[in-house]
Design a protein around this ligand. Structure first.
Ligand SMILES: [Zn+2]
Length: 261
């Protein structure tokens, strides 16, 4: 007799048939000598192999393939972050009114619109609704939300050299800031967020141009809050010092400290 041991996992049906009992895995089995190992083991192994779950084959690792046989994994290029194109300012000629510049201008007054989504058309409609004669400012500088970032809108008041409607103050009965002040409004609420860098650049270029053309001293550049103590315009986040540095660069001359009223 030949004694063999069933491996664990050997099918119970086959074990029982081979040993003539329902003995469990690992028990000894006896075979007549005429059944040699060569005649018994291969069919048993074949039967056992058929019991293997199919997914095991799928889990086999991929065959090793040399670098030369496999193309390099394709890498996605990193995303290209392009800044939105800078808005080219119009030639200074576009800021010169058709009939030339009046000699009435003595001051420049800077405002914010108090709303990030403002547009020149929207503000004009609102001012008309309030009973004013059109957009109250002479210029508007966009912030990229409703109007392009850093783009200067030239209002009809500037085109016609008409007085402003942007800075009436009870402290000045002569209404000097409207009569003689050029009103520039930057779109945005600078109580919450500062103006964009392009807005400040555009503002500096525009103010430098106006100072030069209208012979306005840099000491006569004001914020709305400078001339009206009842307003916080253009907001606590308007960077006055930074604006002065940009103005100095735009005008090519050192900026005189802005006078307080
Ligand atoms: Zn204002």
């Amino acid at each position: 007799m030949i004694r063999i041991v069933c491996p664990r996992g050997f099918p119970a049906r086959m074990q029982g048939r081979a040993a003539g009992s329902a003995s469990g895995a690992g028990e000894s089995m006896r075979f007549p000598r005429r059944y040699t190992l060569l005649s018994i083991v291969p069919p048993l192994l074949f039967a056992a192999g058929c019991q293997q779950p199919a997914h095991v084959v799928k889990d086999l690792p991929e065959p090793l393939v040399g670098p030369a046989d496999r193309p390099l994994p394709r890498r996605e290029p990193p995303p290209v972050v392009r800044p939105s194109p800078r808005v080219e300012q119009p030639a200074e000629a576009a800021w010169i009114p058709p009939k030339g510049i009046s000699r009435r201008w003595r001051y420049i007054v800077i405002h914010h619109s108090a709303d990030n989504r403002s547009t020149p058309d929207g503000m004009r409609a609102w001012h008309l609704k309030k009973g004013w004669d059109g957009l109250g400012y002479h210029f508007v500088v966009g912030n990229g939300v409703g109007y392009p970032d850093g783009k200067v809108f030239v209002g009809e008041r500037w085109t016609s050299q008409k007085h402003g409607a942007h800075a009436r103050s009870p402290d000045y009965p002569d209404n000097r800031w409207n009569e003689h002040g050029i009103g520039i409004c930057l779109v945005g609420n600078f109580q919450n967020t500062p103006p964009t860098s392009r807005q400040l650049d555009a503002l500096a270029e525009l103010v430098a141009f106006l100072c030069r053309k209208c012979n306005i001293a840099t000491s006569q550049i004001y914020t709305h809050g400078d001339v009206d103590r009842f307003t916080a315009c253009p907001g606590k986040l308007f960077p006055a010092a930074q604006f002065k540095r940009r103005l100095a660069a735009a005008s090519g001359a050192p900026v005189v400290r802005a006078a307080s009223r």
